[in-house]
Design a protein around this ligand. Structure first.
Ligand code: ZN
Ligand code: FE
Length: 251
């Protein structure tokens, strides 16, 4: 299986997986043109689309892709039913695509119906878990996003996190500001600065790495609790998570 990220819009990635026969799966096509170009260039035959949530930068290309490939199955949560999804799926569903079995994980927070798809080692998690960061809370609560993070955090170390945006640099900048003494974070921040200076892609990222450098996966760490508690005397894990998200919003 071969994993590819197609850059789209301002800072989105549209992920594809293709097998040796050239059949491919497309995740969150926010626009059609770069996908059509990749399909033509690589002579891929699309078999399915996976949608994580209803935002335009994730579903904007679906209708045009369907007009070219009407046989495509478009999987997505209920909130994408009017955005082109032809097969509505939910937590616990298992889908077989390209011979891989994907499980659907409900990951609300960014939107209420947001879902992620996992087939070892691939995790397509849309705007939930970013490298070094966390999706904005547009519809859900911090509690919901924290519980989504806790679910994803149970996946194996070697999981390849395929998120939908190139936000790694700004996330690491925030993390380094928050925890200036953390050597894992500062080393990774430097590495990402170099990669982005050369316009290189920083994804996918491994979950084992994220557990060290993503402050939103470290809400039980004493260092993080200490930084947050300096300003807000809050104790529950979701409060730490909420305070982190708020700090990032205003960073
Ligand atoms: Zn979104
Ligand atoms: Fe997005």
């Amino acid at each position: 299986m071969n994993l590819t990220s197609i850059p789209a819009l301002d800072d989105n990635y549209i992920w594809t997986l293709n097998n040796e026969d050239g059949q491919c799966l497309i995740v969150d096509p926010g626009e059609a043109a770069p996908v059509l170009a990749a399909l033509e260039k690589n002579r891929w035959q699309p078999v399915a689309i996976l949608l994580t949530h209803h935002h335009h930068d994730h579903v904007g290309g679906v209708k045009e892709l369907l007009s070219h490939f009407p046989q495509l199955t478009v999987y997505g949560p209920q909130e994408t039913a009017n955005k082109g999804a032809t097969a509505v799926v939910q937590e616990g569903d298992r889908l077989t695509i390209l011979g891989l079995e994907f499980s659907v994980i409900a990951t609300p927070g960014h939107t209420l119906g947001h879902i992620s798809y996992y087939s070892s080692p691939y995790l397509f998690c849309g705007d939930t878990l970013f490298s070094g960061g966390c999706g904005r809370l547009f519809e859900g609560t911090p509690q919901q996003m924290l519980s989504s993070f806790q679910k994803l955090n149970k996946l194996p170390d070697e999981t390849l996190v395929c998120c939908a945006h190139e936000y790694t640099l700004s996330n690491l900048k925030f993390a380094a500001h928050l925890l200036p003494q953390d050597s894992d974070i500062s080393a990774y921040y430097l590495k990402i600065k170099e990669l982005r200076a050369k316009q290189q892609v920083t994804l996918p990222t491994k979950l084992s790495l994220e557990r060290r450098i993503n402050v939103f996966l470290r809400t039980q760490d004493d260092e993080i609790k200490a930084v947050i508690k300096e300003e807000t005397p809050q104790d529950a894990e979701w409060q730490i998570f909420a305070a982190l998200r708020q700090k990032k919003d205003h960073f």
